[in-house]
Design a protein around this ligand. Structure first.
Ligand SMILES: Nc1ncnc2c1ncn2[C@@H]1O[C@H](COP(=O)(O)OP(=O)(O)OP(=O)(O)O)[C@@H](O)[C@H]1O
Ligand SMILES: [Mg+2]
Length: 284
């Protein structure tokens, strides 16, 4: 895989930038990049209403892909196609093809529970279970049978909390209710819960929208570390966040994927006028 290093950061007046360490950005060139998931001609209907129209995109392995676009353009709908969360939405119909490692995830033989074990999701609003901090993280490995015995389970919980950058803050209160954590801690707990089952792909739907700049910076740092092992797709309304964390960006507009490319290209030299208008704040 061809990679180039650049220390260039997209300039912005966003105060969040100053909280972030100045990391070099690893940009993977499109040629020869591994593709983890592919959507080909995906359409989504809610009843009669078409929410997504002919979406095709490659999701590159061990990179962060940002999905941006105005409210209601279909970002969450698309994210939910990738782990078949739309299966449980009444009246939702999907056509087209989505593959992971070349295999159709909508094929009849696919076990949806195990698919969701491989494609984890973190939601906009932290949604810890009404259980202890420990149990929140232990739940997935238990039901998927990834940990045998208490020692192994404890090891997975500690490792996941550590990876999510939360362990030090909660190590003395693991048996206390997760709902007692702050919003930012709850979001990191949900990330720990998602990564505890070692998914290959992590879907994050506006994971920082309810967080303060410091908690946001921690989660962005964390994503940067996680992408060494995981393929991440993040939906965000923050242009600064997309430009800081992602290597590739897709711009949705009214149900179509108007433009995809490297994040540098999308933010510095967008081809589509709609992308240019959106990232320069002319609409949306
Ligand atoms: N369960 C549903 N039933 C009917 N229509 C839906 C449903 N979920 C989403 N939609 C519609 O599909 C379109 C895309 O919605 P979606 O939630 O994917 O947008 P989004 O880009 O994530 O927006 P936002 O940035 O506000 O989260 C919208 O018109 C929305 O009203
Ligand atoms: Mg959404």
């Amino acid at each position: 895989m061809d990679t180039v290093m650049t220390t260039e950061r997209i300039q912005s007046d966003d105060a969040l930038v100053r909280y972030l360490p100045d990391k070099p950005k690893l940009v993977t060139l499109p040629s020869g990049a591994d593709v983890k998931m592919t959507a080909e001609g995906v359409n989504v209907f809610y009843g009669e209403k078409q929410a997504l129209d002919d979406i095709s995109i490659d999701i590159h392995s061990k990179q962060i892909t940002a999905l941006i676009g105005p409210s209601g353009c279909g970002k969450t709908t698309f994210l939910r196609c990738l782990n078949r969360m739309n299966d449980v939405v009444d009246g939702c119909r999907i056509t087209g093809r989505i593959t992971m490692d070349g295999e159709d995830i909508y094929a009849p033989k696919v076990d949806v529970v195990s698919l969701r074990g491989q494609v984890g999701m973190v939601f906009q609003k932290p949604n810890p279970f009404p259980k202890s901090i420990f149990e929140n993280v232990a739940y997935g490995p238990k039901i998927h049978g990834y940990a045998h015995g208490n020692d192994e389970l404890e090891e997975v919980v500690v490792r996941s909390l550590n990876k999510a950058g939360l362990f030090e803050e909660v190590k003395d209160r693991l048996q206390e209710p997760a709902t007692g954590l702050s919003g930012g801690q709850q979001q990191r707990l949900c990330i720990a819960r998602a990564i505890a089952i070692n998914p290959a792909v992590l879907l994050m739907d506006e994971p920082c929208s309810a967080l303060d700049p410091i908690a946001t910076a921690r989660i962005e740092d964390l994503m940067w570390e996680l992408k060494e092992n995981f393929t991440i797709i993040i939906v965000t309304h923050s242009m600064q966040q997309a430009s800081r964390v992602s290597q590739r960006t897709g711009f949705f507009h009214m149900g179509v994927l108007a433009e995809t490319g490297t994040t540098e290209q999308i933010f510095q030299n967008p081809v589509d006028a709609r992308t240019r208008d959106y990232i320069t704040g002319r609409f949306g």
